[in-house]
Design a protein around this ligand. Structure first.
Ligand SMILES: Cc1ncc(COP(=O)(O)O)c(C=O)c1O
Length: 393
């Protein structure tokens, strides 16, 4: 079946945080929302069909989770990443972020140091700080080739840390880590006895012929110290169903995690989430294969538009995710002024770069998982606002 990603869908009654929370986040509803990481596309038809079938059953009592769910996760990983995780080591979870927050609680103590590379998905800061742990930022460096790891700095920062939260592939920079890079990062963790928690939620959104490598597959020698978080929610736009899978290296760690969640009586899933996730893994590939070129063309559109009309803004070309990292430093605005400019002059709802890396100035994150027409409108507004700012005719 052919999917139409150009269709502009009215989400005003979709109970969408991306749309409904504009007033709360930006102080106005008058922005095109291109922030939180969900897509303005309908998901794959087989997923919709599976949920409609479930809805029509009309009985949504306490829900079981068949073994076929975990087998679907395993088969997906085998097919897409040539990695065969053990289904007996998988735990259901209500999202990657809640899973990671609980892993921090379970495998470190208050005050312990948690390492991650910045800029990074802002929740990494939140789950570290909200659990009373100490943030250790390893800052990536900007070079002519893009953002890179300074391994000497990473090794220095790793000393004394308990857990490394790895974003593989990387949000917001769209980096697909190579096996060699993963091996170097994990070797440093091994030297320091650090547990690695690998967030692989974006691992299906890969472009330009790159290949995702599951961290645990790249570094089998340290597999006993690597926990992997995966989900179909980012890939198939199912975040509102709150579902993910946490994959453990051994029974002891899995039991600790399961006991933690069971102690709050959170061990089942809602009636729709496992149905949707399993349909995604089993029947969603056709949709995904059509989505990826659409996103990739949106990346190219933004880059070409900026090069031609807004040279002060330099977007990256991400190899992963549907999020672009905009270098707006040539606008010469403070962080506060840049946010104000985007909201009130360009009328765009973007994520400020400093939320991903607190010492950064002059960056914004743009979500391009929307119809081209939405992006064209956004780029036109941005150009006009920058023209006025630069006093161009
Ligand atoms: C790197 C990363 N991890 C996790 C999440 C969210 O995961 P979940 O909704 O399963 O908690 C996101 C969402 O944007 C993300 O970018």
């Amino acid at each position: 079946m052919k999917y139409n990603f150009d269709e502009v869908i009215d989400r005003s009654r979709n109970r969408s945080s991306k749309y409904d929370e504009r007033e709360k986040v930006f102080g106005t509803m008058d922005v095109i929302p291109l922030w939180v990481a969900d897509m303005d596309f309908r998901t794959a038809q087989p997923i919709i069909d599976a949920c409609v079938k479930k809805a029509e059953e009309g009985i949504w009592g306490y829900t079981s989770r068949p073994a076929s769910y975990f087998e679907a996760v395993q088969e997906w990983e085998v097919r897409r990443n040539q990695w065969k995780p053990d289904t007996a080591m998988m735990s259901w979870s209500i999202g990657v972020v809640p899973a990671m927050a609980s892993l921090i609680k379970l495998f470190s103590q208050p005050g312990d140091k948690i390492l991650f590379q910045t800029p990074v998905y802002a929740e990494f800061y939140d789950i570290t700080e909200h659990t009373g742990r100490t943030v250790v930022e390893s800052q990536m460096v900007r070079t002519d080739k893009g953002w890179e790891i300074d391994f000497d700095e990473f090794a220095a920062k790793a000393k004394g840390c308990k857990i490394f939260l790895l974003c593989n592939p990387h949000n917001p920079l769209g980096i697909v880590w190579t096996p060699e890079q993963l091996q170097k990062m994990v070797a440093i963790c091994k030297e320091n006895g650090i547990l690695v928690v690998s967030d692989e939620i974006h691992s299906d959104l890969i472009f330009h012929g790159k290949k995702h490598t599951p961290t645990v597959k790249a570094v089998p020698g340290y597999a006993d110290h690597i926990i992997t978080c995966v989900s179909a929610t980012k890939t198939f736009n199912l975040a509102g169903l709150q579902a993910s899978t946490t994959i453990f290296p051994n029974r002891e760690m899995k039991d600790r995690f399961d006991t933690y969640w069971s102690s709050m009586d959170i061990h089942r899933n809602n009636a729709f989430s496992s149905v949707a996730m399993e349909a995604a893994y089993r029947e969603g590939e056709e949709w995904l294969e059509q989505l990826l070129p659409y996103i990739s063309a949106n990346f190219d559109y933004v880059r070409e538009f900026c090069a031609a009309h807004i040279p002060e803004i330099k977007p990256n070309l991400p190899d992963a995710t549907y999020l672009m990292w905009l270098d707006c430093r040539d606008l010469k605005l403070s962080n506060e002024a840049l946010v104000d400019f985007m909201v009130h002059k360009a009328k765009l709802g973007l994520n400020p770069g400093y939320t991903f890396g607190r010492s950064l100035t002059g960056y914004m994150r743009l979500n391009v998982a929307c119809p081209r027409a939405t992006l064209e409108k956004a780029m036109k507004q941005l150009k006009e606002a920058v023209d006025t700012l630069m006093k161009r005719k």
